[in-house]
Design a protein around this ligand. Structure first.
Ligand code: NAD
Length: 238
């Protein structure tokens, strides 16, 4: 499979190693140093594009790949206010998009656990739920995209929480997400249900970036030749 890497930083380079080891070919590498090569024509040389740049640049790159008609795996976080606009464009162009706030198999299993725990806790209003996410200091967005996914899953089941805030809160209708930035931390997410009697807590801790990178390559293999909007649930058969 021919892959275009849009974003050749920590994630792009980790993805390259795994993709090449699996026999794929990297036909384009884009970083801030060669933006002139980030063209529709160059992207069209690939069977699939993988985008890991950042919150500021993701939207333009996503639109460019859709316009190029090349299936896209996007891992950049912090741009989801435009997600509905992008999915409408994918449908209009009969394109292919797989966005995941987190590509690791462990986190996607953790998502399932989070949904199940929230469902079990929903009737028990004595428990308050809150979250903490910990990442490295170069991370540009807060809370993390993974934390936002986890928060949305919680609020789907725990309807007494109506919105999340990236702070502590005294408002019982708000779900508190605290963001800590410590080096070197590839990513930790905690969801805690707390009552005066006891606490229940689930924690996922990434040890390195390999899980995200191998999940992104799996996702690219899955979407190549498919049309539509996909998630890691389909890739991992969860
Ligand atoms: N979904 C996941 O599983 C997951 C996992 C880790 C990181 N991320 C996210 O992926 C993104 C990238 O993370 P990273 O750690 O690789 O960052 P990084 O800073 O190491 O790399 C970013 C890369 O994007 C390039 N870039 C910057 N602006 C660009 C532009 N306008 N056009 C093209 N390329 C541009 C930079 O030159 C660099 O090569 C972040 O949003 C991060 O939160 C997601």
């Amino acid at each position: 499979m021919k892959i275009a890497l849009i974003g050749y930083g920590k994630m792009g380079q980790a993805i390259e190693k795994i993709a090449v080891a699996k026999g794929h070919e990297i036909v384009l590498k884009i970083s801030i140093d060669n933006l002139e090569d980030n063209t529709i024509e160059n992207i069209q040389q690939a069977d699939v594009a993988i985008e890991f740049t950042g919150p500021e640049s993701a939207y333009d790159n996503v639109v460019r790949c859709i316009e190029a008609g090349v299936p896209l795996v996007c891992g950049s976080t912090g741009w989801l206010n435009k997600y509905d606009e992008v999915t409408a464009l994918v449908k209009e162009k009969n394109g292919t998009l797989l966005y995941a706030s987190n590509f690791s198999i462990g986190v996607n299993i953790f998502f399932e656990l989070n949904r199940k725990l929230a469902e079990l806790m929903a009737p028990h209003a004595d428990y308050d739920v809150s979250m903490v996410e910990i990442h490295h200091t170069q991370k540009l967005d807060a809370p993390s995209g993974t934390a936002i996914t986890l928060a949305e899953q919680v609020m789907e089941k725990i309807t007494r929480k109506q919105s999340w805030v990236n702070d502590t809160t005294g408002n019982p209708a708000e779900l508190s997400i605290l963001s800590e930035r410590i080096d070197p931390a590839p990513g930790t997410h905690k969801i805690k249900y707390s009552s005066s009697i006891d606490d229940i807590e689930i924690i996922h801790t990434a040890h390195n970036r390999t899980g995200f990178a191998s999940g992104a390559v799996l996702a690219a293999e899955y979407i190549a030749g498919r049309k539509g909007i996909f998630s890691m649930k389909e890739v991992l058969g969860l």
